[in-house]
Each structure stands twice: as C-alpha cells, then as structure tokens.
Design a protein around this ligand. Structure first.
Ligand SMILES: [Mg+2]
Length: 330
C-alpha cells in the first residue's frame, strides 16, 4: 500500500486514462453511424481487430470527436484551472463553446446554453416549460469529473455528478443517471467490479428514480427492452452497462454499443468511459487513438490529441493526490 491508499497506483492511473481516452475514442468511432440502423458497424467491419474502423463520415473526419468529448474536455479544464468544482465557470465555458456553433450539440443543451438565463436557473427554467429534459447529454461528458472526484468517495462523486448534470439538464432523472455512471467509473478505478457494485450504487440513487434505473441496469435487461430512444438517459446508461456486461474487451464493448444504432456516438462514449475504466488504457487500440482529435470551438482554434488527453487525465488524477512532501533542502 502507498500513502494514497491505492494498492497499485499506476494501475489506477491506467484505468483513469482508459476511461477518458476510451470515452473519446467511442465518441469518434460512433459518430459516423449516428441515427443509422442496428448492426451497421459490424456489417461494415465484420471482424474485431481488423482496422479501418476510424472511418469518418456524416460530416466527421476520421478520428474527430464530437460534442460529447468537447464538453468533457471543457469540464476537465475547468476542474483543473479552478482547482475544483466551480459551476458558474463550467457553465461559462459551455456557453462560450455553444456560441461558437460546434458541428453537433444536443437539443436540450443548446436550448439551455443559448437561453441567456443565469447558470443556476437556465436548465431548471427550460425543464419547467418543456418537461422533457432527461436526455443523455450529461452522461456523455462524465469521464473527466468521474476521475477527478473518484478518491473523494461515493457520496462526493455522486454529488458532483448531479451538480454538473444540472447545469444543462433540469430533470432529476438525468442527474441520477449521471451519478450512477460516475460512481461506476469510481468503482472501476479502484479495481473493483462496477457490475457487482450496482446494487450498492442503486441504493444511493434518489428513491424516486431508483426503480427505473434498477430496471435498465438489471442483468437480464437488453437494449431491445428500451421504452425510449437511446438519446434518453435510461436506455443510454442501460445500453452501456449491457455492452460492458456482455463482452470481455474494450473493443468488443464499443463495437456492441455502436451496433445498437441510434445515438451511436454518445452510447459509445458512455460505454467507452466505463469499459475503458474496467479494461484500462492498454485495452484501447492504438489504431484508434492515433487518429483521435478533439476540436474545441470557441477556444482559440485548439485541437486536442491523445497525448493532450493523456496529460489532462494525469492532472485530473494527480489533483486528488495528497500534497507531495517538500524536498529536504541539502
Ligand atoms: Mg455527439
């Protein structure tokens, strides 16, 4: 054991890298298949490990990450630059990004970020008038904050998840799903099995929302059982957990997620965050991370690549280290 309490800290960092980079890769891999039919990915790429899958299309360059990863990076940079959770700062970054007209942005997210309402009211006001605010748009950007808050434990992790999702999603259902995902990633980073931990995770979900999540996270649930399009928070999270549960590698989990069709970039981003945390950075194929890039509209034309995401994740993880002892002067 080390001072930080991790039996093997490098392994935990590897899982943190797997989560952040695995989510971005899933996003970029799934984007060209968005709103396509079931099975489109494996029809085009029948065998795992073959290559060429980071193909681009539908307006996306090969390896180009979408709004999912762009918002994840903005969250990460806010946490690091503010030294913690500063919700008005995160919201300000989101708004600056939305104003720069990114190629893709979720309907709810766009309505909230362009409303002109203050950070602490915009999502709630949108929910009051629309009554539909349980999209998957807060799930998709969860990996960096899950890494950042992991060592603060379950309660702090789920509380931060709820507050971050409430910036854009007024429906508590979206908060609770995002909290479940953060907690599942936290469990995986610790080296434990997030599937085995689901009963404990569900017990920490708000009672009004527990039953519905228990349904989509149950071992016998299948994405075909979904009662909504997978752009909604429940089937999106359920599908990611199903993809993790029914496969034994990062690659197969993400393939299964994209093959579901529908909101493929986000279902694969959420699956990638979870499967990357379980299987680690080493399980994310190099042929996918090589082409990966994350443009950041509204932020001085910056584009992040895998080495940048690696550095960002190292800092997110290190942000939770106890302060290093001062070197002793010679
Ligand atoms: Mg997207």
């Amino acid at each position: 054991m080390t001072d930080s309490g991790d039996p093997v800290p490098d392994r935990a960092l590897d899982r943190a890298l797997g989560s952040v980079i695995g989510s971005a890769v899933g996003d970029a891999l799934g984007a060209p298949f968005e709103f396509g039919p079931e099975g489109a990915f494996s029809a085009r790429f029948p065998r795992a490990g073959h290559g060429g899958e980071m193909c681009g299309g539908g307006g996306w360059d090969p390896g180009e990450a979408t709004d999912d990863t762009q918002m994840a990076v903005l969250t990460a940079e806010s946490l690091l630059e503010c030294g913690g959770l500063e919700l008005p700062d995160v919201f300000g970054r989101f708004r600056r990004w939305a104003a720069a007209e990114p190629k893709d942005i979720g309907l709810q997210t766009e309505a909230v970020l362009t409303s002109g309402d203050p950070w602490d009211l915009a999502a709630a006001l949108h929910f009051q008038t629309n009554q539909r605010a349980a999209g998957n748009g807060a799930l998709m950007r969860a990996a960096p904050s899950a890494v950042y808050f992991a060592r603060q434990g379950r309660e702090a992790t789920m509380a931060a998840a709820r507050r971050l999702s409430a910036l854009t999603h007024g429906d508590r259902a979206a908060w609770e799903g995002t909290a479940v995902l953060h907690e599942s990633i936290r469990v995986a980073l610790s080296g434990a099995d997030p599937l085995a931990a689901l009963p404990a995770t569900l017990a920490a979900v708000h009672p009004d929302h527990r039953a519905r999540y228990a349904t989509v996270l149950a071992p016998d649930w299948h994405p075909d059982h979904a009662t909504e399009f997978n752009g909604a928070v429940w089937p999106c999270l359920g599908s990611a957990v199903w993809a993790l549960r029914t496969t034994s590698s990062y690659e197969d989990a993400v393939r299964a997620a994209i093959d579901l069709g529908g909101d493929t970039d986000t279902v694969a981003a959420v699956t990638g965050a979870l499967a990357g945390a379980v299987h680690g950075r080493g399980a994310v194929p190099e042929r996918w991370t090589e082409a990966l890039h994350v443009p950041l509209p509204g932020f001085d034309g910056r584009t992040l690549r895998t080495p940048d995401l690696t550095e960002l994740t190292r800092r997110l993880w290190a942000g939770q280290e106890p302060p290093a002892p001062r070197p002793i002067a010679p």
